[in-house]
Structure formats: C-alpha cells, structure tokens
Design a protein around this ligand. Structure first.
Ligand SMILES: C[S@@+](CC[C@H](N)C(=O)[O-])C[C@H]1O[C@@H](n2cnc3c(N)ncnc32)[C@H](O)[C@@H]1O
Length: 381
C-alpha cells in the first residue's frame, strides 16, 4: 500500500473512531435535548392545558434524570474505548480536541447509543434471561450434545456477529475455546467495557427511558436495571476467550483461518449479509472438515430496505437449497422457534420472531447434487 493510501485509511479510521466516541459523548445532550423540546412545547400551550400536564412535566423531568444516570455509563464506555483502542490519543491532546469538534455523530449514531442499552438488557442483565434462554439456549444445548465434556479446551468455537459477547462468554464458561467476532464499534466498545472492566461492580441504568410510544405505565420508562448479571471473570482457567474486531468475511476468509474451527454458532446473524452466499462460503472455509454450524435466527435481511445498498434476500426454502449446495448437510432443523429480540416486556407492542434453528455439518467437496426429494439433496458419489 502507498504511504498516502495508508495515511488516508488511518485518517478515515480515526474519523470513524471519533464519530462513534462522540456519539457516546453526546448521548446525554441529545436525549435530554429531546425531552427539553417536549417541555418547551408544553410551555407554549395555554395555561389551562399546562395545568393538566403538571404530572406529565414532572415525569419528563424524572426521565431526564434517568438519561443523566445513563450518561455515566456512556462516559465509562467512551473513556475506556479512548484509552484502549486509540492508543490514548483521543484523551486530552489538542489535535484530538479539534477533531472531536469537527466530526459529529449523525442521528443514526445517536439511535445506536440507545440500542446499545437495549442490547445490554438482552445480554447482560437478569431481566434478559428469558430472551437469552430462547435464543442462546438451543445453541448451547446443541454444543453440549455434539461436543461431550472431554477436551473442551481443544474445541474451537467461533461466534460471528457476537454483539456484546454473552453467547461467546457462555461457551467459554462451559470450557470451550471461544472466539467472538464483531464489526460494530458500538458493540465492540461496550462489550470491551463489560468483559474487561466490570469484574466486581454492577452499574445501574435506565434502558427503557427512550421508548416513548406504547407505554401503559409511566413507571416502565423509569425502570432501573443493573449490569452485568454475572461477572465475566468466571471463565475457567486456561480456556481461551477472545473477541476479534472486523468484518466476518474479511477476517475469516484468510488462509490462516482455513479449516480452523470445530464449530461456528450464528445467532441472529445470517440476515446481516449483503450476499448470504458469501457468508456460507466463509463459514465453510473456516470450519474444519466435518465441523458443525449451529444457527438460530430469523431472516430480517438488514439491507433489504436500504435503497443505496445491494442485497439478496432468499426465503428460507431457497436458502436451505443454497446451504446444501454450498457443502453442508443438515443434521437437525426446527422452524417456529419463538424468540424476542431486545423486547421491552411491558410494552404495548410486541414482536416475536419465529426463528429457524438448525445444525449442519461441513461435508467434503466430492459431494454432488443428485436429487431433490430427500432431506439433504446431496449424496456422495
Ligand atoms: C442482530 S445482532 C445479534 C447479536 C447477538 N448474536 C445476539 O443474538 O444477541 C447482529 C450482530 O452482528 C454484527 N454484524 C453484522 N454484520 C457483521 C459482519 N459482517 N461481521 C461481523 N459482525 C457483524 C452486528 O454489528 C450485530 O452486533
């Protein structure tokens, strides 16, 4: 790479880093600003209406206090990210301050700060246990079933799209050598904080304060939760556990990751692809021959509604054919596995995914397609 390309890439990386740490930095201003806008609107109303809104105004003030508490968590995540991922350059020095004032987060970034808090509920609170049981439960059971209790440390498991790392942590806690992979800096900064800096202290936060619609009881918006529900230090000694930053396709299609993992588990991940066939190729590349792929999730193709993004969105029956022709055989399959995803249980609006769950084995390349009536449409010839 030319020096100028390198400099340009480094600058882009730095701008990206600053934009995202700025989103954590501006979280409080942004959400308190939203409540202030509503309060100003109330103040503009005739006095007889304002009188009827006294309790509502008190409630909005209480919500601002909840956001203030959340800013403490946001700051901790941001400061930790600056110290860890930016070689300390973003804390204090003047050029960093200049960059910080230049690179503004956009609205989408600000929404992501609120969704980080919802993701913390799913992955790292006691209240997220039901959701984890629905989504991670079948995967953990399958891993236990296919990889007995011996030599677990030698069993290498990959978790692409690891979010805040809880599924990967659960696998490592069970003694498997586990690698999580994630490319969103919002997730990486937050999981780094939880996994490395929350070894003995819980933090309070108010994750539902941003939900404005479909609230039956105002107290729900003021609900205080604590994280983490378990301290991530509890991984057995000698078990390898890491989180790798980067795009799944880029990181795991390399020569060093060929035939590397005994198992890949994907949870609510496959539909994040632009080209799901490329994901299948990468999965096959990084699994050892005979290795297992355990999947659970819906097909809410992430790029399907974004006009300037390219994407394919095959329905499950067609995807299944692609999986088989990409060199996998199905060992187990279930549809209609009901799961919620970052659902506020008290909300008046509920979404439930009827997920597909399956376990596939990587088959050798001399498998050819010979028919289409059987469960697996491939037979060795
Ligand atoms: C819907 S979330 C699922 C998180 C977690 N597996 C769970 O079930 O709670 C999908 C995750 O995949 C990550 N992701 C999407 N595309 C990715 C890619 N190409 N490489 C690595 N991670 C990716 C997203 O940032 C997000 O954290």
């Amino acid at each position: 790479m030319e020096a100028t390309d390198f400099d340009e890439d480094r600058q882009k990386e730095k701008n990206n880093f600053t934009r995202i740490t700025n989103a954590f930095r501006f979280y409080g201003d942004h959400y308190i600003g939203k409540f202030n806008k509503t309060l100003r609107y109330v103040m503009s109303m005739p006095s007889d209406q304002r009188e009827k809104l006294t309790k509502y105004v008190t409630h909005l003030e209480a919500m601002k206090k909840c956001v203030q508490q959340n800013t403490i968590v946001m700051r901790l995540i941001m400061e930790n990210a600056c110290l860890t991922f930016d070689e300390g350059m973003d804390v204090g020095d003047n050029s960093s301050k200049h960059l910080r004032s230049q690179v503004r987060p956009n609205l989408n970034d600000m929404d992501k700060t609120a969704s980080v808090l919802r993701q913390i509920v799913r992955e790292w609170t006691k209240e997220g246990e039901t959701e984890r049981h629905q989504s991670y439960g079948p995967i953990l059971q399958a891993v236990d079933k296919y990889f007995g209790s011996e030599e677990r440390k030698k069993t290498k498991i990959l978790v692409p799209g690891a979010g805040l790392g809880r599924l990967a942590f659960e696998l490592a806690s069970r003694g498997f050598s586990t690698q999580g992979n994630e490319f969103s800096s919002f997730m990486i900064f937050s999981s780094y904080f939880i996994l490395n800096e929350c070894s003995s202290e819980q933090h309070d936060f108010y994750p539902f304060v941003h939900q404005i619609n479909n609230i039956l009881d105002s107290e729900v918006q003021l609900t205080k939760l604590s994280f983490p529900d378990v301290f991530p230090e509890s991984i057995p000694e000698g078990v390898e556990f890491s989180m790798i930053v980067g795009d799944f396709e880029e990181v795991y299609s390399t020569a060093e990751n060929k035939d590397h993992f005994d198992c890949v588990t994907t949870c609510f991940f496959m539909d994040t692809a632009h080209n799901i066939l490329q994901y299948l190729e990468t999965l096959r590349h990084t699994l050892k021959p005979g290795g297992l792929w355990i999947n659970l999730g819906p097909l809410l193709y992430h790029f399907s509604e974004i006009s300037n993004e390219e994407s394919i969105e095959p329905p499950y029956d067609l995807l299944k054919e692609m999986i088989i022709s990409s060199g996998f055989e199905f060992l187990e399959e279930k549809t209609d596995v009901r799961c919620c995803y970052t659902q506020n249980q008290s909300s008046m609006l509920h979404s439930i995914y009827k997920c597909v769950y399956f376990v596939c084995r990587k088959v050798s390349q001399d498998y050819l397609k010979i028919g289409d009536n059987s469960f697996n449409e491939l037979r060795k010839v």
